[in-house]
Design a protein around this ligand. Structure first.
Ligand code: MG
Length: 432
């Protein structure tokens, strides 16, 4: 245990979890979806990736193919939405902005979850503080949320789960100072505990550990042996010893990827070149947003791995860039050179992607004086202007010609809502 640092005296931690986040985002802008079964579909409208409570009640499983539940939805006056990640990303940003006003320390854990350091409780206690957060987030964004408050992150996750299960708690459950936490933990499956994966859960079940309470009192040595040091940290957290600190600034990403499955299979090199050009543009934008450059680039293509009769092919190639850069045309040129070496005619390609790697800050780059493609000041100013135009007027207002205009390969999104918060032309209009 000596290698684990714990702080038992720190103030409590709250987990704020948005309810049915993607569905809630859709409902904010389409109130007709309220109270009806709603699902959000994965890219190309393939599988269910989010469900409203009404859709869960119909027995629609997470990940189930859309064709398998389409009729069930229709019969129950339900709706399917294509995933609209621009909308969800922007709504998430707004929720997180609102949370910042309630706590000095906020860890954005996922698109719809954040951990907050609680203030020292006053007379009203932390439940009232949690209710104020819920009210304010709902007022600013229209998104409903659930809040769990506890001594550790792992317990806060469990508290939020209990609050979600029991509507009588009004969406907030503060279990700090609860007289019988063991009884609460006895009602939680070990597989539901944050950080216990399915594999470890099965192993624990096999040893007679079925609930979070049994896990809490398991032998340290046994847990360390079977669930590693990470498992032991989880157990200590269940005992109320905080071992997982709030991580406020995630380290800059070491790789930036962009890839998509095509809306329909792609055969020609020309279409692949367009798609790769588009993916490079998206990734380069993210690279510049974190004021970084890339030293290396991976490009890959693959056919469907599921169609048993069509010939299969998948391959990837890494290109070392002659100079570090974030200049889109240069990155596209390199990616196209790689793609031409990867491409084999005669296949139906299902997916292509690129990955920018060896990412470092701008300042670290060294300019060889005579190098071709050096990331010059003029290039940087050009990219800055392109990024500003696209941020203001919408993605791809200005784009490289090599990304094409028809984009016949692009994703199918038949049921997509508009970009209500990120595109001027899509902003809802209030009628008098
Ligand atoms: Mg959620």
């Amino acid at each position: 245990v000596s290698s684990i640092s714990c702080s038992a005296r720190a103030p409590a931690i709250a987990l704020v979890d948005c309810n049915n986040f993607y569905v809630s985002c859709e409902r904010v802008f389409n109130p007709a979806l309220a109270g009806r079964p709603v699902v959000v579909l994965s890219n190309n409208d393939g599988c269910v990736v989010a469900r409203s409570n009404e859709a869960k009640a119909l027995g629609i499983a997470m990940g189930s193919p859309f064709f398998a539940c389409r009729d069930l939805l229709r019969r129950n006056n339900g709706r399917a939405c294509s995933s609209n990640y621009s909308l969800y990303g922007d709504m998430s940003f707004r929720v997180m902005q609102t949370l910042q006003q309630f706590a000095g320390e906020v860890e954005i854990y996922s698109i719809d979850e954040a951990f907050l350091r609680c203030p020292r409780p006053r007379d009203a206690g932390l439940t009232a503080w949690g209710q104020a957060i819920r009210r304010t987030v709902a007022q600013h964004t229209g998104i409903p949320g659930t809040i769990g408050i506890a001594a550790t992150k792992t317990l806060a996750k469990i508290a939020a789960r209990i609050a979600k299960r029991d509507p009588a708690r009004g969406g907030v459950f503060d279990c700090t100072g609860h007289p019988d936490i063991d009884r609460l933990l006895a009602g939680i499956d070990v597989a539901e505990v944050w950080g216990i994966g399915h594999r470890h859960a099965r192993k624990l079940n096999g040893c007679g550990i079925d609930t979070a309470c049994q896990l809490k009192y398991a032998d340290d040595g046994f847990i360390r042996k079977h669930c590693t040091i990470a498992g032991l940290r989880t157990v200590l957290e269940l005992r109320g010893e905080s071992c997982l600190p709030l991580e406020q600034a995630p380290p800059p990403r070491q790789a930036i990827g962009s890839s998509r499955s095509f809306g329909r299979p792609v055969r020609s090199l020309a279409a692949l070149r367009e798609a790769v050009s588009e993916y490079v543009s998206r990734a380069a934008e993210k690279l510049r947003r974190q004021q970084a450059t890339a030293g290396s680039l991976v490009v890959y293509v693959m056919t469907s791995l599921h169609s048993p009769h069509a010939p299969r092919y998948a391959n990837a190639l890494t290109c070392r860039l002659p100079v570090r850069t974030a200049y889109t045309p240069e990155l596209i040129r390199q990616a196209h050179a790689g793609l031409e070496r990867l491409y084999r005619p005669g296949y139906c390609y299902k997916k292509a992607g690129i990955l920018l790697t060896d990412i470092g800050p701008d300042a670290r780059r060294q300019l060889p004086v005579f190098a071709d493609g050096a990331y010059t000041g003029a290039q940087q100013r050009l990219m800055g202007a392109v990024d500003r135009i696209n941020a203001r007027y919408g993605s791809n207002t200005v784009q490289c010609a090599s990304s094409g205009t028809a984009k016949t390969w692009s994703m199918q999104r038949r049921y997509m809502s508009r970009c209500f918060t990120t595109r001027w032309s899509d902003i809802p209009v209030a009628r008098a």
